[in-house]
Write a protein that binds this ligand. Sequence first.
Ligand code: GN1
Ligand code: MG
Length: 358
Amino acid sequence: MSVLPDLTGGEVETAVRLFDLDGDLVEIVGLHRGHIHDTHVSTWSVGDGAEARRFVHQRLNDWVFRDIPALMHNVGVVTRHLARAGGQDGLTALALVGARDGADYAFSKDTPWRTYHFVEGTESYDHPRDAEMARAAALAFGDFQIKLSTLPASELRETIPNFFNSEARLAQLEDACRRDPLGRVAEVQRELKFIEGRRRQLSVFENALRTGKMPRRVIHGDTKLNNVLFDVETGQPRCIVDLDTCMPGYSLFDFGDLVRFTAATSDEDERELDRVGVDVEMYRALCDGYLEKASGFLNAFEVEHMAFAARIVTLTIGMRFLADHIKGDVYFKIEREGHNLDRARVQLRMVDAMERRL
Ligand code: GN1
Ligand code: MG
């Protein structure tokens, strides 16, 4: 379920054909991943026994990203910057396929679409197979941040204002509570109290940014483990995907989000809250891998606040899920009633576990 209308197969095909692709279209299949856009994979045969080619097409969510030209400006800048930065370490950059008119995206009727080359021979994971995989993912995101460090922040637009700002996220949650359009606030009093008790912590990073204790840097912004594609042969990271939130932020956001997702003992939307927790061995592996790359550029304040970042980012994303539940699920796609509330509860339970264990 999403606030965007469903499309027919014919509409998807019309959109796919707006892009500069050769050969005969064999099939288009839906890929049910992600909370924001709709994703499809197309296969094209190019004849003469050559291997078929695949492409990833996304119908962009222009309710979440109100400024699609700005979003695609960022994706264009970042993909080209990463391609120039090179892939010495086995990592390749995600690459866009242009539309037939030469642009990086295309409108089909009023709906914006983009296309990427499919990265063949890779797979992604929702949970790390072992600590080595967690370490490798953290190393890949550290490397990604190093590559982005030579991209001036002024070249990127802030596609969603205050996206990483925990104080602003708290204000949005409070605003949702005041409006309470569906009368859901009454049933989330415990969650709101938990957040209220951590109000001051939500200002720590914003204060550090304001006073210059922590620098603003271009970051990935959504460092879920499943945004790393691992090579099926070598098991090593090959490509980092989902560049929608590459924007000026702070480095520890990426580290915190990595812990939130990768060191979790449960799924992001687990209903059995007793399963929710943090795996300390995974946490250590993430620290290790991230620091191997990032210790070169993090300052002392940042290194000291790594564990804190895991808590704050998890809490902040929990607040976003909760606010969306209260507003009536207008932002994150849901597959069941109460899905965003389940997601929020998992995040808050993880914060609780982190406070006890880290
Ligand atoms: C959204 O669509 P997806 O799953 O890649 C969200 C992230 C959240 C994440 C939580 C643009 O990402 O910020 O951390 O869900 N993306 C946007 O799983 O809001
Ligand atoms: Mg994302």
